[in-house]
Design a binder for this molecule. Structure first.
Ligand code: PEP
Ligand code: MN
Length: 332
């Protein structure tokens, strides 16, 4: 259940009630909110007098549900917003990994030229093989921060371990939790204590229920700036890298109040399908699209097969505006 306490309830009282209710207690900017796992249909008596609103749920999709907040949560990223009443679809572009200053500079200047506000690139790469490029680490974060300063872009980069969260907050604007880390409760809880927006990717073997439960870890920790990212799930199909679950996206849009971002690059695994899929994603009326773009994909140190080159990305972007406009949305 969720209890919105009255606005005048002070922290000490809210904490006391939280202990009694065995609940998480968060402050949402205006009031204290208690959340626990109980599905009782009636407000417990000891909370009467302190409660402004009471919500009962039959599963763990609580803070993230439209039953609690009907409107998509608004998230501020640099000087752009998504969610709320904005109807914005933000595009995020950039290489899979930061590889060198020259490479990331080339990507950053392309984003700037095309009016894309957010640059992606991993510094800590969660590779399947220990023999693959693992990322530049802190040096990569510093290069990203340099691009942020030089080009005025917001930066999204992945955290692979809870101990990296503080550095990512220092050098970037959005914390990306990768598909392979989606169940890492150390990372989820640490991100719950942060204020920065978090892009939570769906694990490739994760049900929608488990996905929203992972998001609830962050929300119940106190960070309300959570975006959900569908990036493909593993099915019986082997011709494509994963299967982009657009039915799941429809579910998330209907039932959750969290902005939804789609990643066609990792789903497809091959550059040839990424433009068509991106258009399908935008047509879904989502809040964001994240695409891997590399100055020279052939020599990329990770995910070489799926990254668009600069011309392909430029051409793709031009086609997204009319699709977004046709459904009353705006590419930002
Ligand atoms: C990435 O964004 O480069 C990445 C590793 O994505 P995912 O976690 O979806 O595999
Ligand atoms: Mn990648």
């Amino acid at each position: 259940m969720i209890i919105n306490l009255k606005n005048n309830i002070e922290e000490s009282k809210a904490q006391e009630l939280a202990v009694q209710a065995e609940a998480f207690c968060i402050f949402d900017g205006a009031k204290y909110v208690l959340i626990n796992s109980s599905s009782v249909k009636e407000l417990p008596q000891f909370l009467e007098g302190y409660t402004a609103e009471f919500f009962s749920f039959d599963n763990d999709l609580q803070l993230g549900s439209r039953k609690y907040l009907p409107e998509t949560r608004q998230i501020q990223i640099g000087n752009v917003q998504i969610g709320g009443g904005t109807n914005n679809t933000m595009v995020i572009g950039g290489p899979c990994s930061v590889e060198s200053e020259e490479q990331i500079k080339s990507s950053a200047s392309l984003m700037k030229e095309l009016g894309v506000n957010i640059l992606r690139a991993g510094a800590y790469k969660p590779r399947t093989s220990p023999y693959s490029f693992q990322g530049l680490g802190l040096e990569g974060l510093k290069l990203l921060a340099k691009m942020r300063d030089k080009y005025g872009l917001s930066i999204i980069t992945e955290v692979r371990d809870a101990t990296q969260v503080d550095d990512i907050i220092e050098y970037a604007d959005i914390i990306q939790i990768g598909a392979k880390s989606m169940y890492d409760h150390g990372i989820l809880k640490k991100c719950g204590k942060a204020k920065q927006p978090v892009l939570l990717k769906r694990g490739f073997g994760t049900t929608l229920q488990e996905f929203v439960q992972a998001a609830e870890f962050i929300l119940s920790g106190g960070n309300q700036n959570v975006m959900l990212c569908e990036r493909g799930i593993r099915t019986f199909e082997t011709k494509t890298r994963f299967t982009l679950d657009l039915c799941g996206v429809a579910y998330l849009k209907e039932h959750t109040n969290l902005p939804v971002v789609l990643d066609p690059s990792h789903a497809m695994g091959y550059a040839y399908g990424v433009a068509d899929l991106s258009r399908a994603c935008v047509a879904m009326g989502v809040d964001g699209l994240i695409v891997e773009v590399h100055p020279n994909p052939k020599i990329a140190k990770s995910d070489a097969s799926q990254q668009l080159n600069h011309d392909e990305f430029r051409d793709l972007l031009a086609t997204l505006h009319p699709i977004a406009n046709a459904i009353g949305r705006k590419i930002i």
